[in-house]
Design a protein around this ligand. Structure first.
Ligand code: PMV
Length: 329
């Protein structure tokens, strides 16, 4: 007897880390070397549909309507985990769309894998716990569990726990509605992907050990600043974590330079604005885009200032968003 296809669609938003994850404790299960803290954005979104279809003879993954073979292995790994934890079988067709540039330092993999596990779970009707979904999403991308949650999100290492990492919401979006201006300085694909970059840094940066050792303190400082709603303190520790991560990248052999000229101009401009009393700080991931976090009152000013910088192709504004959720089944 043949079964009809089972389909569900989920939406997830990218997140940006204020306290960064860089490095792997274990490659096999994709366990990060450090904990991290992020905010989930509402202005950008990934929509992913999973269809488990008995008529398929292999897994299929389409990104923006085109086959994306480079992602197929990681997508299949997540699907295998969903199937093994739910005792189901059968291949799936996964169709994913981003409303922002892919693989350019805007965490498209985070929102992509978060949406994938939520859609797959619903399509199979398995109702796995959020902690299980987070564990599965981590195999796709280390930052993906964070996009399962909204607002301020912490991912911590739990060497003694059921799962090696645990992800939780620290604050709801409405509890401290910060704004984010994303300044896009290059829409191309990054040259060195994050996994490759992390392994290179671990192997060759003399600063990698210090990075791992100092991370728990940074995380604690940021969590305390969030509890106090202390924007200045959060900005201070976030910029430090970002620059420290880039120092590790720059000190690898060969050094990883993810920035371009406009990236550096944006960083200086944010610091100038702050000196003039504008409540804003920057963060930059494994790519050349600059994300400026600010208080709501400053968002127009920040967006205009970023848009005027030579080399900034486009700016977008975001508030803090919700976690991944099913939109159709
Ligand atoms: O989850 P990945 O493999 O895309 O790595 C993310 C790494 C950074 O974006 C640079 C930092 C972070 O914590 O998001």
């Amino acid at each position: 007897m043949s079964h009809p296809p089972k389909k569900a669609t989920a939406v997830a938003h990218p997140n940006i880390a204020l306290i960064k994850y860089w490095g792997k404790r274990e490659v096999e299960r994709n366990i990060p070397a450090v904990g991290s803290l992020s905010i989930t954005l509402d202005g950008l979104a990934t929509t992913t549909s999973t269809t488990f279809d008995p008529g398929l003879t292999q897994e299929e993954f389409m990104l923006a309507g085109k086959e994306a073979p480079e992602m197929r292995r990681r997508v299949a790994e997540c699907l295998n985990l969903v199937r093994s934890r739910t005792g189901t079988s059968g291949y799936a067709l996964v169709e994913s769309e981003n409303d922002f540039p892919t693989a350019a330092g805007l965490a498209s993999s985070a929102s992509g894998f978060a949406a994938l596990v939520v859609a797959s779970d619903r399509a199979l009707g398995s109702r796995l716990a959020l902690s299980e979904l987070a564990d599965i999403a981590r195999h796709g991308s280390g930052s993906a569990p964070r996009s399962l949650f909204g607002g301020f999100v912490e991912l911590r290492l739990t060497p003694e726990g059921v799962h090696p990492t645990e992800t939780r919401q620290v604050l709801e979006p409405s509890a401290w509605p910060l704004r984010v201006v994303v300044a896009v300085t290059d829409t191309g694909k990054k040259e060195v992907g994050s996994t490759q970059g992390m392994l290179l840094c671990e192997r060759s940066s003399p600063y990698f050990g210090a990075w791992v050792e100092s991370s728990p303190g940074d995380l604690a400082e940021a969590l305390a600043a969030i509890q106090r709603r202390d924007f200045e303190a959060l900005g201070d520790i976030s910029e430090s974590s970002c620059l420290k991560m880039h120092a590790v990248m720059l000190s690898a052999r060969p050094g990883l330079v993810y920035w371009n000229e406009a990236t550096v101009k944006c960083i200086h401009r944010v610091r100038e604005m702050r000196a003039q009393g504008v409540p804003a700080f920057f963060t930059v991931d494994a790519g050349p885009q600059v994300k400026v976090v600010c208080l709501a009152e400053a968002v127009d000013h920040v967006a205009t200032a970023m848009g005027e910088i030579p080399g900034v192709i486009q700016t977008s504004e975001s508030g803090l968003g919700e976690g991944a959720r099913v939109v159709e089944d």
